[in-house]
Design a protein around this ligand. Structure first.
Ligand code: NAP
Ligand code: MG
Length: 500
């Protein structure tokens, strides 16, 4: 399959940003990595190097943690008037909005995602998250506790910022994932060290610049670009880091937990998924087919909630397979910056090789390749959107997270909701599920039976700043977004006073 990879011109502001000497942000200063190492940042659609960033490692993490500790213990941020902290977060959101064209281009060229989506989804979503959490500093309240001997005691709780927080984010939604982590942590009064993925550090660098411009004090927001197994591991192990927030693979998530035991730091994890989308025979099939196709192909399938296991009742199975395969063939592969593109490349050569491995494994284990099943284009990390039919629970493609535009369709005969839920729950993950039906009873009973942190009814990859996001089982610990996210960045202090 040939692809015309046309890369339209960038805005002057984007080109200028790419050409910059990028540094680490430590204690309010832009500094070079102590090792002198750098990382080349690639455009995954052309395989060209588009920027160079610092390869920060253990020594730089050490400095960043020191700065964050100082800023937490003696700096103005945790003690700042809540309205002032709110104002700075709101100002940061305004700055992101002012630069949203540049940010959308950076995200599109760094990750490979369609610019149109970066403009309508990634950047506005990140801005909305900063605005949502800008409302938090003035609302972080504890409780007054009803005591068992009233009059003798007065008891209450307060929520205090947890302290120095390490935040490690992945490459699939770089600025959105940064906003989910940075906004609630700063709102709570914490100080942070952010480590973006080595593959996609660009929007995090721009975010850090804008945070300084918005008035975030020195040492509060530190940014260390670098590799996961050096900078990331050093952050996860560090004894003076009070909490680590991680989004990425379940394998690395387990390593983070092991690394945290030294000081029993708090850990929150947003990990993988193998999310079911279940179509019932009574569903609006046009809506369900379009919706479940988008559930897997959105962001080239590199979405932790991706609807990668599609279940269709046997009576509608053929129509669903055909409809989703049609939707796949209608996708336009190309450079993310090309406004006609609806499916970009995968993020890296490694990720493409991983997905190719699953094509081979699916074929070997007997899956029927209805469409796709191969790489695409002569350069760039493109793969064809792929529909695998006749799949079953014994196949690796059904059990393991592929993180590519590959959907496994399974048919079911049962009309018993219990049996259908059991089928859908047959996974180590529990991040998201969607139910496609016109029947309210089916929808809500299924919502109660599925073991997942998020349920969509006639929708799949839904997200909203106020809607908590996270997983059951091996999809993670804790909930990001919503008011639950503030629990990740606060300790509860209980105070009791004897009055009599
Ligand atoms: P990953 O290794 O889990 O990377 C996620 C983040 O963790 C990156 O910032 C990475 O840094 C860092 N990291 C890696 N090793 C680390 C360590 N030992 N200690 C601390 N931090 C570490 O994910 P990946 O290898 O890029 O992708 C592999 C698979 O993970 C994908 O195919 C997909 O299944 C899954 N994934 C899930 C999500 C999600 O949103 N749940 C996101 C991304 C990937 P570097 O990138 O610099 O190595
Ligand atoms: Mg890149």
């Amino acid at each position: 399959m040939k692809i015309d990879v046309i890369r339209p011109a960038l805005l002057p502001a984007t080109s200028a940003f790419l050409a910059k000497q990028h540094k680490l942000l430590i204690d309010g200063n832009w500094v070079a990595a102590s090792s002198g190492g750098t990382i080349a940042v690639e455009d995954p659609a052309t395989e060209e190097v588009i920027a160079t960033v610092q390869a920060g490692d253990r020594q730089d993490i050490e400095e960043a943690v020191k700065a964050a500790r100082r800023a937490f213990e003696t700096g103005p941020w945790p003690k700042m008037k809540p309205t002032d902290r709110a104002k700075i977060l709101w100002r940061l959101a305004d700055l992101l909005e002012q630069h949203s064209d540049q940010l959308a281009e950076l995200e599109a060229i760094d990750v490979g995602k369609p610019l149109k989506k970066a403009r309508t989804d990634d950047i506005p979503d990140a801005i909305a998250v900063f605005r949502y959490f800008a409302g938090a500093p003035t609302r972080l309240t504890g409780d007054t506790i009803p005591v068992s001997s009233p009059g003798d005691y007065h008891a209450y709780t307060v929520k205090e910022p947890i302290g120095v927080v390490g935040q490690i984010i992945p490459w699939n939604y770089p600025i959105t994932m940064a906003s989910w982590k940075v906004a609630p942590a700063l709102a709570a009064g914490c100080t942070i060290i952010l480590k973006p993925s080595e593959l996609t550090p660009l929007t995090a660098l721009r975010l850090a610049e804008l945070a300084l411009e918005a008035g975030v004090p020195a040492g509060v927001f530190n940014l260390v670009t670098g590799y996961g197994d050096t900078a990331g591991a050093a952050l996860a192990e560090h004894r003076d880091v009070d909490k680590i927030a991680f989004t990425g693979s379940t394998t690395v998530g387990k390593r983070i937990v092991q690394a945290s035991v030294g000081n029993l730091k708090r850990v929150s994890l947003e990990l993988g998924g193998k999310s079911p989308a279940i179509i019932f025979p009574d569903a609006d099939l046009d809506l369900a087919i379009a919706g479940t196709a988008d559930a897997i192909f959105y962001n080239q399938g590199q979405t932790c909630t991706a609807g990668s296991r599609l279940f269709a009742h046997s009576s509608i199975y053929d129509r669903v397979v055909e409809g989703v395969a049609d939707a796949a063939s209608n996708l336009k592969l190309g450079h993310g910056l090309d406004l006609k593109t609806t499916l970009g490349p995968l993020v890296s050569r490694k990720q493409r090789e991983r997905v190719q491995g699953y094509f081979a494994s699916g074929r070997e284990q007997g899956a029927e390749v209805v469409t796709g099943g191969d790489v695409a284009g002569e350069r760039g990390y493109f793969v064809q959107p792929t529909v695998l039919a006749q799949t079953n629970r014994n196949m690796r493609v059904v059990q393991e997270e592929i993180f590519g535009p590959v959907v496994c369709v399974q048919s079911y005969e049962d009309d018993e909701l219990d049996a259908i839920a059991k089928f859908a729950n047959d996974t180590i993950y529990g991040l998201r599920a969607s139910i496609w039906t016109r029947d309210l009873r089916t929808a809500h009973i299924m919502a109660s039976k599925i073991k997942a942190g998020g349920i969509g009814i006639n929708t799949h990859n839904y997200a909203e700043p106020a809607w908590p996001f996270g997983g059951y089982k091996q999809s993670g610990w804790g909930r990001e977004l919503g008011k639950d996210a503030l629990d990740l960045y606060t300790e509860v202090k209980a105070v009791a006073a004897k009055l009599s």
